[in-house]
Design a protein. Structure first.
Lengths: 493, 911
């Protein structure tokens, strides 16, 4: 099924066509030319081509077909993870002005933020709170908090020159949509990817959310929503507990037969489409029709996907399922792999969600980051290794990000928010491994070399999926230049 | 990405003004040459005023006196002098201070005689009172554009959420587009925008759609088929108003809107462990606050009164237990684990719920967007610092753990300190911060200490408490007697237990006599102030009674210890022997004490006592908050109401009216509605536009919410169809300008309530203790009565985007397969489908088409179309035979049809 067209030209007839003509007859047309045809010819590129809704085909040759989008809530220290700054040890306790790098505060880039950055204005340098070393042939330097991920250095492309526009945890929403949190709801990257390409299967949602998402303070449900692209392209939250993957996953015993369910679904689909004729632009209705068809399939597909007991012991161990500290996040990473294997397009994993976010180490960053990195380091490394050994890493793009970095200056025993420069990494899906792209200054204060706003990551992901966000744009929905971002060509294979 | 809005610039102006007031001690003379003039200048020119001219020297000559006190020391320049002259004139004519008017009047004059008029000079950044400061020729060429922009700015409506509300005039609209028939001022404001933007309003929605829309909106439930028929048959011009008035008087209206306000006011039942033995968040019995909300809304208690009671009923009406329930608003923030978090939540959410400002941000630093300094945050904190929560007894229940009135009161003298960077480990203890409010919001906190009546500080001295204690004691005796009298009861199964029961009974009886004597003395204390011998005798008697209680108590314990130790103490452990020794000694001592001389020093009844005074800070805050001069309170309230009637706030960020929020789509309308809430215009209280409405009984008076509800839902805009039209949709895809009604998904509670309602299974009982959330699928009460707390929420409701316990200023409905599963597979939905099918059976046997129509009218509140009828008919035919054979239930096909309709998109959608 190809229910898109949230656009002008919607007519009563197109509504019927778009939402399929009934359960049994739907989806064939759309599904046939999706999966397995990712190498389809690129559409002709012309500047002024007339806008048409996405066909579900990639617009350019894709390098990835699925994305695992890992997001660490609260702001991970770039300085002690993937952008190690030994100068902080050398000048610990000194003010920035007392170091040879006093000029870092005076770059032309210092005013990326709106308002007065009360956060992140710490000037007395704090030494690194963890050790670090080089990994792999690329010699990537990684903090000891992420030593297992460090082992995968030659698969990673670290972008060390990110910046964002909000100095509080609303930046979590910015990471997902590219917009200032004040602007509330906008489509997330996952929403765009799914809108552009649609589903690769009819049994599972195209966009799945695992873990506890960002709290209401900082974007809440908007951080995995699709906004005006329609809720059918928004993320669907799943628990990883196979005993209770989804409430009401099956009807009570002996209450209703599968035949009855099928007949009911058929009638429901026909009635909903009839009632929707007067509301051809109702994206909620479109999504609801799709959600019923999906839910019917999910009654069997979801429990099956979550049966992690079926994984061999060495795989379970690899993801840390045998350790209390890593079990929860390990399960999410393993489920992510199984979802991708089964044709889910976009898996978004939150770690430390709720409130401002667990990584928000205003005090005792050593304790905070040690304990949290212990939860994610092993599972994320396992995910990379496992995808690789299955050959899935070639067409699965893994992104590891956070809303901002943490200040080089001390805030007591912690570090403050730091949107002026921070890091993320990408791996797989046609990304060149062992790359360090861009740089912050010597103290990790400002991104100075090959600076990238967060939507450059979005543009890169879409590009690898074979999409160009400019060609996805919907008439009447003004997108800013900044929303589109620019592909980071330096990290592509 | 960062939009420099006019609001931003005007705020910088305001802040500068505030700083000036604070720090510079600028001279105040008898004339109004005060910083207020400078502020008014900035206010007038807003973003058009260059920094250089936002100074005293725009109107004054540079002073040579360091701290000028009088105007003579700081004389005006020609521009300022002219302003002063006109000011004198207006004052003499009795008109109020109005710098705007004066600046406009002399705009085209040339005060300094340099050949360029005042306004042009000001706009170009040159001093209008300084002859040598002249714009160059190039600047003058560019002046026209700037003048035009400024004039447009002057005539346009200015959204100033931090200025007091002024009622804007209702725009005069020429015939509105598309034959739109205006019905009240709301329509005029909306139509103005349509015309300016070339939008065409949709026609009026079909009557079935309208009726269901307003039912769901005002009472949260579908109309019955009979109510649908009555409305469709009523062709009088006031049919709609009649329905609206009836629904607003329906007690279910209070339930529906209570749930909305419970979102905004963060209702939460208690959370914690082991049946309330460890309460971590909120408090047991807080449901009384929920009932207060429902009742107050139904009684149309003015909003300002409601806000005041929630913040300070204990200071406003300390003897009114009904009003005290309102302080659940404060109780809700109780946090066992952290008083800091408790106060932080209280401040943050009080500011957001009532004022739409994120004052909580200022805990650690001055607010980055809005005029709330960190210091002001702590003065807000000082308002709440003294308050605590407690549970008072209610008539008929002496155990407050079982039931009671949970409420706020002032208890502590804890000082408020400024926390450096918001860190409570780093307080500045050299200065106690006093209670206050953000200066930029105007007004002042006028705190008067409240002397409380004795019933408030000695609640256990209330007569009903005494009666209840005596009754409870007598009841315990009766129960013990009954148990002792029963030969083979658990208490009598062994001789030891028999003795224990007898000792227990004896103790209870003795305690009862003590209690009776104590209460007798309390009651007669006023009457027998003259100490006579009889009183002393009574006191002596009471002492003796209390000693016999000790004897009985120790004897009971001794007996219990002996039984526990066993027949042969030598075989018991050392620990047990020690216990036995202790119990024996205690008993001996009690017996010896019996014989000691009687001294009249009896123990009074244990009674809780609380401070006799309350700081009055919260009451003062509530008064400030609800004063008509407060710029935010009414605006935020009407916006919350609008959001729920129209699906989108006029200010889209309902809990943030600050610079980090989003500007309103219709600032005039919002201001007009805010003014209307505080003081309704006589012309709006009856329909002045011709369609006389004899039914409407408008409650006159301020802050009445039903008046606003009525205005909104009787507007023509509310009645528009929600179907799209191509042209308007292209121009305004989000329907920001309300050219149609927005389709919406029902809130979680309404989905569940309607499931029960359409099957005729909804229990209409109102109020009372919360219902276990785990009963959500089997209880038939309305959803607002289900327990809602951290880790205690009905899953069914959460799937439909039920409110977050932490905060929920606005619902964000999603569409998820989980919702499909909940409606298709849950026992709740399946049972309602069965019940509904049973009701349809009779019609079905007569004529299947009739059953289908009935089912549509019950579930979707509309008749089926011919096509729908056909589809359902063939579904029943196909299903009836084979399924019936399998299950033996003739009803099975009807059940499936009912289930399909309960899953119909229209069931969860408001069109």
């Amino acid at each position: 099924m190809n229910p898109r067209n949230s656009c002008p030209g919607i007519t009563r007839r197109s509504f019927l066509a778009d939402t399929g003509m009934g359960f049994t007859g739907l989806a064939l047309g759309a599904l046939l030319y999706r999966d397995g045809q990712l190498q389809a010819d690129a559409l002709p590129e012309s500047e002024d081509q007339k806008w048409t809704p996405p066909t579900g085909l990639p617009q350019t040759t894709p390098r990835a077909r699925a994305v695992i989008w890992i997001f660490l809530c609260g702001g991970v220290s770039h300085l002690e993870s993937f952008d190690i700054k030994p100068a902080l040890n050398q000048y610990a306790g000194k003010s920035i002005a007392e170091t040879p790098f006093a000029s870092v505060l005076n770059t032309e880039h210092k005013n990326v933020l709106g308002g007065n950055p009360g956060h992140g204005n710490r000037k007395t340098l704090m030494p690194l709170q963890t050790g670090f070393r080089r990994y792999g042939e690329s010699g990537l330097i990684v903090g000891d908090w992420f030593r297992n991920i460090g082992e995968c250095a030659d698969d990673l492309a670290v972008v060390r020159s990110l910046w964002t526009i909000h100095n509080d945890h609303g930046a979590q929403l910015t990471w997902q949509t590219g917009r200032h949190p004040r602007e509330l709801e906008h489509p997330t990257l996952g929403g765009w990817a799914c809108y552009g390409l649609g589903s690769m299967n009819e049994n599972l949602p195209e966009y799945v959310v695992l873990g506890a998402p960002t709290g209401d303070c900082c974007g809440g449900t908007f951080t995995y929503g699709a906004s005006y692209l329609g809720p059918e392209h928004g993320g669907v939250r799943l628990n990883t507990d196979p005993k209770n993957p989804l409430p009401f996953i099956r009807p009570p015993a002996n209450s209703i037969t599968t035949e009855e369910q099928t007949a009911n679904l058929g009638l429901l689909g026909r009635l909903n489409r009839m009632a929707g004729i007067d509301y051809p632009d109702d994206l909620q209705l479109r999504a609801r029709i799709r959600s019923y068809e999906l839910a019917f399939q999910m009654q069997t597909s979801i429990p099956e996907t979550l049966e992690l007991d079926r994984e061999p012991e060495h795989i379970r161990r690899l993801y840390g399922l045998d350790q209390a500290g890593t079990k929860s996040f390990g399960e999410q990473c393993l489920v992510a792999r199984r979802l991708v294997e089964r044709g889910v397009r976009f898996v978004q994993i939150f770690h430390g969600g709720g409130g401002g976010g667990a990584w928000d180490a205003h005090s005792d960053i050593k304790k905070n980051h040690t304990s949290l990195s212990d939860q994610v380091d092993v599972p994320v490394a396992a995910l990379l290794k496992d995808l690789k050994q299955r050959g899935l890493l070639d067409n699965t793009l893994v992104v590891f990000g956070t809303e901002f970095g943490r200040s080089p200056g001390a805030e007591g025993s912690g570090r403050d928010h730091h949107p002026q420069g921070f890091s993320a990494w990408l791996a797989g899906g046609g990304i060149r491994g062992g790359v360090q792209h861009g740089a912050t200054d010597e103290l990790g204060f400002h991104a100075v070399e090959n600076r990238h706003y967060v939507t450059d990551i979005h543009a890169t992901v879409l590009h690898q999926l074979g999409l160009d966000s400019r060609r996805l744009e919907i008439p009447g929905r003004k997108r800013l230049e900044q929303d589109h971002g620019s592909v980071i060509h330096g990290i592509l294979a | 990405m960062i939009c420099r809005t006019p609001i931003l610039v005007s705020w910088i102006g305001w802040l500068r003004f505030l700083l000036a007031v604070d720090l510079l001690a600028v001279p105040i003379s008898r004339t109004e040459a005060t910083p207020a003039n400078k502020a008014a200048l900035e206010h007038h020119f807003d973003r058009f005023l260059v920094r250089k001219l936002a100074r005293c020297t725009t109107c004054h000559l540079p002073s040579e006196v360091k701290n000028p006190k009088e105007l003579v020391e700081f004389p005006h320049n020609p521009f300022g002098d002219r302003l002063r002259q006109i000011g004198e004139e207006t004052r003499q004519s009795g008109r109020p201070f109005d710098l705007d008017g004066r600046l406009n009047r002399i705009a085209s004059e040339d005060a300094d005689g340099d050949g360029v008029d005042n306004r042009t000079e000001l706009l170009l950044g040159h001093n209008p009172g300084e002859r040598d400061d002249i714009p160059g020729p190039a600047e003058r060429t560019a002046a026209a554009g700037r003048l035009a922009a400024f004039e447009q700015f002057l005539t346009g409506y200015r959204w100033r959420p931090f200025d007091p509300v002024r009622r804007p005039p209702v725009p005069a609209v020429r015939p509105a587009p598309g034959g739109f028939e205006r019905r009240n001022p709301i329509d005029d404001f909306l139509a103005t925008e349509w015309m300016q933007r070339g939008l065409n309003p949709r026609p009026v929605a079909p009557r079935e759609v309208l009726l269901r829309r307003v039912y769901l909106d005002l009472i949260g439930l579908n109309p019955d088929p009979e109510e649908q028929a009555a409305f469709l048959a009523d062709d009088s011009p006031t049919a709609w108003e009649k329905v609206v008035d009836r629904l607003l008087e329906d007690p279910r209206h209070g339930e529906r809107w209570a749930r909305h306000w419970m979102d905004v006011w963060r209702y939460s039942d208690w959370a914690g462990w082991t049946d309330g033995n460890q309460v971590r968040d909120s408090k047991p019995h807080i449901w009384r606050w929920r009932d207060w909300i429902v009742e107050s809304l139904n009684a149309d208690v003015p909003y300002d009164r409601m806000v005041t009671e929630m913040l300070a009923a204990d200071e406003l009406a300390p003897e009114d237990p009904n009003a005290l329930r309102a302080t659940g608003f404060l109780v809700r923030n109780y946090k066992m684990l952290s008083r800091e978090q408790w106060l932080e939540d209280t401040i943050k959410h009080t500011a957001q719920a009532f004022m739409g400002i994120t004052a909580g941000c200022a805990k650690c630093h001055d607010h980055m967007y809005d005029p709330v300094s960190q210091r002001e945050y702590y003065s807000l904190r000082a308002i709440f610092e003294p308050h605590q929560v407690r549970t008072d007894r209610i008539p008929g229940q002496v155990e407050v753990a079982r039931d009671g009135l949970v409420r706020a009161y002032d208890n502590t003298n804890a000082p408020t300190w400024f926390f450096v960077r918001g860190d409570e480990r780093n307080p500045l203890t050299n200065e106690v911060i006093s209670a206050g409010v953000p200066a930029a919001l105007g007004g002042k906190l006028e705190v008067d200490e409240v002397i409380l009546p004795s019933s408030a500080h000695h609640p256990d001295d209330r007569e009903f408490v005494r009666d209840d204690l005596l009754a409870a004691s007598a009841k315990a005796i009766a129960a013990a007697q009954a148990a002792a009298a029963e030969p083979a009861s658990a208490t009598n199964s062994t001789p030891e237990k028999g003795i224990e029961a007898a000792l227990q009974l004896d103790l209870l009886e003795k305690k009862h006599r003590v209690l009776s004597e104590q209460i007798l003395r309390e009651r007669s204390r006023g009457a027998v102030a003259t100490s006579d011998l009889k009183v002393d005798n009574a006191a002596t008697n009471l002492v003796l009674l209390q000693r016999t209680v000790s004897v009985a108590e120790t004897l009971l314990r001794l007996h219990q210890t002996r039984v526990a130790v066993g027949a042969d103490p030598t075989k018991a452990s050392a620990d047990a022997r020690k216990k036995l020794e202790d119990a024996t000694r205690s008993h001996t001592e009690a017996v010896v004490a019996l014989a000691a001389p009687l001294n009249g020093q009896f123990q009074a009844r244990t009674r809780e006592t609380f401070p006799a005074r309350s700081t009055g800070r919260r009451l003062a805050f509530a008064k400030w908050l609800t004063a008509p001069q407060n710029p935010l309170t009414a605006r935020v309230a009407v916006n919350q109401m609008w959001l729920r009637h129209f699906g989108r706030g006029l200010v889209p960020s309902a809990a943030d009216f600050g610079r980090n929020g989003r500007p309103p789509s219709h600032p005039q309308l919002l201001d007009w509605l805010a003014a209307e809430l505080m003081a309704p215009d006589p012309s709006t209280s009856s329909d002045s536009r011709g369609t006389a409405n004899p039914v409407a009984t408008i409650t006159h008076g301020n802050w009445r919410m039903k008046h606003l509800h009525r205005l909104m839902v009787t507007s023509a805009a509310y009645r528009l169809a929600s179907t799209p039209s191509e042209d308007s949709r292209t121009a305004d895809p989000d329907n920001v300008f309300l050219w149609r009604m927005s389709s919406r998904r029902l809130e979680a509670e309404s989905v569940r309530d309607n499931l029960l309602k359409v099957a005729g299974n909804l229990d209409s009982t109102r109020g009372g203790p919360e219902i276990d959330h785990q009963l959500a699928l089997t209880s038939t009460r309305r959803s607002l009565y289900l327990r809602h707390a951290a880790e205690k929420q009905a899953e069914f409701l959460q799937i439909f985007d039920g409110p977050s316990v932490t905060e929920c200023y606005e619902r964000h409905p999603s569409v998820m397969p989980q919702q499909a599963l909940a409606l298709a597979n849950s026992e709740l939905a399946l049972r309602q489908a069965r019940l509904l099918a049973r009701r349809l059976q009779a019609s079905f046997e007569e004529d299947p088409a009739r059953a289908i129509t009935e089912a549509f009218r019950s579930v979707l509140a509309r008749r089926p179309t011919a096509g729908e009828l056909r589809e359902c008919h063939s579904f029943l035919e196909a299903q009836f035979q084979p399924v019936a054979r399998e299950t033996g239930s003739p009803n099975r096909a009807l059940e499936n049809l009912a289930l399909v309709l309960l899953n119909h998109s229209d069931f969860v959608t408001v069109r």
